[in-house]
Each structure stands twice: as C-alpha cells, then as structure tokens.
Write a new protein. Structure first.
Length: 173
C-alpha cells in the first residue's frame, strides 16, 4: 500500500492510469462498500457512518495502488472479458480464493487483497461487474472459461490449489 495523495504520479507501478482509478471510484458511489462489505457499515452508528464510508472511498481511490495493480494482473491472467459474447461470470469470493494460490506462484503481489480492488480493477480494464442481490457483498466478474481453467489446472499441479464445484464458482444469465 502506497499513499499518492499530493503528488504528480500519472501511472501506478503496474502502469494503470491514476486518473482512471480516481474516476472509477468517484463514478460508482457504492463501490467503496465492496472494499470491506456492506455489513461492516451497518454496525457503525449513523452519526459516524458517512465518515467511515468516505474513508473507505478514499482508501480505494488513493491508497490501494499496489493492490489494484495486483488485481488487474490477476484478472488479465485468468481472462477478464471485455466483449459481451463470451461472458461467464465468476463470483468474487472465488476470485479471492483463486488469487491466494496465484499470488504464491508469482510472489510479487500483495498478500492481503480487499474485495473492492477486484471491482475497481475490472472497471479500469474496461470490463464490468454485476451485483446480484443474493450474493452481496460479493459481485460477479466476467472471465473466459478456457483461461480460467488453464490457470486452475496449473495451480492445482504447482500450488495444491483446490477447485470449487462449478455451481459455487460461476453464474450464468
């Protein structure tokens, strides 16, 4: 985690545009809740809840560059979909599980990965996320089945990764 609040950086270490990160966080006002989950905000007294929400939004926009870079690299590796045709949605809970093993194989990305950075990284890479009422605070990210299967097979052989049943991983519309 690096702070870049009052500086002239144009790009992150992973070559993502800083202005685009700030723009994505500003355009989607509830995105901050996916950083730590909606339930955490419900337990905070209403008098201080807005300050905590603003702080979570600040963290996504200005403090989590390394995490967003790691999530973007990971989403590229598993085949993030930008086009509409080949979409197979994967739950973010599975992405976190898959990321833990993938990170061990690369060993250069952050160990702790907040949930919200996957949403920010997907939007920065010109993809989209879907929020479904039944799985909140998790969301869905479109990935290609072929690349995801290749990464899972590689991680099963090298890192001892355990694949979840397909009905818990994906989501079809």
């Amino acid at each position: 985690m690096r702070t870049r609040f009052d500086n002239k950086w144009q790009k992150t270490r992973g070559n993502l545009d800083v202005r685009k990160i700030v723009s994505v966080v500003a355009q989607f006002p509830t995105l901050h809740a996916y950083g730590i989950g909606f339930d955490a905000f419900r337990t905070i007294p209403e008098a201080t809840r807005s300050k905590k929400i603003d702080y979570a939004r600040y963290m996504l926009a200005f403090e989590l560059d390394d995490e967003i870079d790691g999530a973007a690299s990971f989403l590229k590796a598993i085949g993030l979909c930008v086009s509409i045709r080949d979409e197979h949605y994967v739950q973010s809970s599975y992405l976190v599980h898959l990321y833990e093993s993938w990170r061990k194989s690369t060993n250069k990305h952050p160990k702790v990965m907040p949930l919200g950075v996957f949403a920010v990284a997907a939007m920065i890479l010109n993809s989209r996320i879907r929020v479904v009422e039944g799985i909140k605070p998790h969301f869905l990210v479109p990935v290609t089945q072929d690349k995801r299967a290749k990464v899972e097979a590689y991680l099963e052989m090298t890192e001892g990764f355990e694949r979840w049943p397909e009905e818990k991983i994906g989501w079809q519309f």
